[in-house]
Design a protein around this ligand. Structure first.
Ligand code: ADP
Length: 165
């Protein structure tokens, strides 16, 4: 590999919403890689709380000061999206054994679809390993306080969305 080549990684996910667990992974990745492309998956099968554009906007706000973090969205096969970005490395977070089974299947499939694609994993920080987007959606829907799990602008945005809905 060329010495001065920029090392980029794509961190794909639903991010519905972005949590402190995701933020921890992105921060750690941005000290390991030169560029972290956080990419929101457009998936019409999953019922979502925030629209894809609301998620992109919120993530951009959180990382406005971190020049290494780029925010994007993608539709369709991740390997095709990665190729279009000329990035061969995919980053995923690993919390539990359940994550491991799913992630192993995804990583193997993506590598079969394109052998240049490598998936790397970061183990969740123990402080955040219990946090999931679906847990936060439930807490907010039930009128609870999610400030411990998500940054304040995201909690505010979620409450606004739920009021409208
Ligand atoms: P997806 O629907 O693609 O799983 P998510 O937004 O739920 O999207 O998660 C994106 C990635 O972040 C996944 O690799 C997931 O395992 C990881 N992740 C989710 N929550 C946490 C957390 N609390 N700590 C570390 N990694 C996490």
């Amino acid at each position: 590999m060329c010495e001065d080549m920029k090392r980029s990684v794509i961190y794909p996910g639903s991010f519905d919403p972005l949590t402190n667990g995701h933020i921890n992974i992105i921060k750690r990745a941005s000290s390991t890689f030169d560029e972290v492309i956080v990419s929101v998956a457009i998936n019409s099968n999953k019922s979502s709380l925030m629209t894809v554009d609301q998620r992109v906007k919120a993530i951009k706000k959180v990382f406005a000061k971190n020049k290494k973090v780029k925010v994007d969205k993608f539709e369709g096969l991740l390997v095709q999206y990665a190729k279009s970005k000329k990035v061969n490395t995919i980053l995923r977070g690993m919390r539990t054994v359940q994550d491991f089974e799913y992630e192993m299947q995804m990583a193997t499939s993506n590598n079969k679809l394109n052998s240049k694609i490598e998936t790397v994993f970061m183990v969740a920080d123990a402080k955040f390993s219990h946090i999931s987007s679906s847990l936060i959606k439930d807490i907010i829907k039930l009128g609870g306080n999610a400030e411990e799990f998500v940054p304040e602008p995201i909690e505010k945005e979620l409450k606004k969305i739920l009021k409208k809905g």
